[in-house]
Design a protein around this ligand. Structure first.
Ligand SMILES: [Fe+2]
Length: 435
């Protein structure tokens, strides 16, 4: 293929990549098709997952009405915890098991969709919670078989969870986030209505928008699939298979749209073009990283979010300390891309140009500063915290942050550079402040 010179395989290394298509309907009024999709998948009684804030809002109403109009019995679970935990996953799984549902529908942000994935998994194949969780925190056991149909309806434009087989949660006892990752967790169909993002608060758009940018840049700069050892067979090919020609397509366009629309979508809630454009970027980035995996900014985000002490963010529940996912990711990103640029300067420069940076006359040695600088500029314009220090962390937290991130093996191994514990600590040190 024409890209062979970019993805040239070495002896003993991977020679092929898998495209797992995310089935999706995108556009205004897409949610009204929920009932048709449930019926087409043979569902007669579904669990509808959402959270307390959303339960009385129009998207949940539209989906529930569509399901009922199609003759599908609906039981609503609205106790999803924003930034879910092992405890909240267990509660959701118990609801899913007791209800004997033949299908699942989720309406919400990444927390809702991830909780629905986990509930469907543990209701279908009950086991200890850590059984299917990524190693080394969990046992990393494969999901034994197919899951019931799941129609995912995102209400934010960021996580891409509707396109991926990943469910992230906070393991409370370990103060660390981790994930379950399996192709079997990918929703059967995504219904994305970009107009539902019109009413989102500014910081929710900012957090989810930076998650989009990081999905795209991390997918685009991930270790290429040809750098992994050849798997023993198709089933052994990991979900985070590395950068590949398919993920590149989504990453590039998501970056271009993110560069054009993110700041506009955050700063002007009446800019419908920007909010809907960002929604499409989120779906494209979700398709990209769902087929490549992300790397260090996400690995680091798990300890940034898991070790939070008292940070609170406007637009999110104020009852407990919480770092929104996209914020916990982007605060690490400039530091990481400064370090990874050496692995693929041209890709880092291209990512910066797609975001809007002027890269004319730039050479390989400029890639690190140009991409990091452009990201910091966008962060400033969107009014998000400029580094992990702004979330309450200091030099005394660097060891704990690094320890929590280095165990995210799936993500750390997908990075284009090799990272050990001291390197991880220095990445956090350089992420303390970009101000
Ligand atoms: Fe993310």
């Amino acid at each position: 293929m024409s890209c062979a010179h970019v993805f040239a395989p070495d002896d003993g290394h991977e020679t092929a990549f898998t495209i797992d298509p995310a089935a999706m309907t995108f556009g205004r009024d897409a949610l009204s098709e929920a009932g048709d999709h449930a019926r087409a998948n043979g569902c007669k009684r579904v669990a509808l997952f959402t959270d307390r804030r959303l339960t009385a809002l129009p998207p949940v109403d539209a989906v529930a009405r569509s399901l009922r109009a199609a003759g599908v019995d609906v039981a609503v679970f609205d106790e999803v915890h924003v930034e879910p935990t092992d405890a909240s996953f267990r509660i959701a799984a118990a609801f899913a098991k007791e209800g004997k549902f033949d299908g699942f529908v989720s309406v919400g942000g990444g927390s809702v969709i991830d909780t629905c994935k986990a509930a469907a998994l543990y209701a279908t194949y009950p086991d200890d919670l850590l059984a299917y969780v990524n190693k080394p925190i969990g046992e990393g056991r494969p999901v034994p078989g197919p899951l019931p149909p799941h129609v995912a309806c995102p209400t934010t434009s960021g996580t891409g969870s509707e396109c991926t087989g990943i469910a992230v949660f906070d393991c409370l006892a370990l103060h660390a986030k981790t994930a379950i990752a399996s192709r079997r967790l990918r929703p059967t169909h995504a219904l994305v209505d970009p107009t539902v993002t019109r009413s989102l608060p500014e910081m929710v758009v900012a957090a989810s928008g930076f998650d989009v940018l990081c999905h795209a840049i991390e997918s685009y700069t991930a270790r290429p699939f040809t750098a992994r050892a050849k798997p023993s067979g198709m089933a052994a090919r990991p979900l985070s298979q590395g950068r590949n020609p398919w993920s590149d397509l989504g990453s590039r366009e998501a970056l271009r749209l993110g560069g054009k629309y993110l700041v506009r979508a955050v700063t002007d809630s009446t800019d419908h073009e920007a909010r809907e454009g960002l929604s499409w970027a989120a779906s494209l980035a979700g398709i990209a990283f769902g087929n490549s995996g992300v790397h260090l900014p996400h690995a680091m985000s798990y300890s940034v979010a898991g070790l939070v002490r008292d940070y609170r963010c406007a637009g999110y529940p104020a009852a407990e300390a919480l770092v929104p996912h996209g914020i916990s990711v982007v605060v690490n990103a400039p530091s990481v891309f400064r370090a990874t640029a050496i692995a693929s300067p041209s890709l880092h420069l291209e990512a910066a140009a797609l975001l809007g940076a002027d890269t004319r006359g730039a050479g390989p040695d400029d890639a690190a500063d140009i991409l990091a600088g452009e990201l910091i500029r966008v962060m400033q314009r969107a009014h998000v915290p400029l580094g992990v220090g702004a979330l309450g962390y200091g030099a005394g937290d660097l060891d704990a942050l690094a320890k929590g991130a280095i165990v995210q093996t799936r993500l750390v191994e997908n990075a284009p550079i090799r990272v050990d514990l001291p390197t991880m600590r220095s990445l956090f040190e350089r992420a303390l402040s970009y101000a």
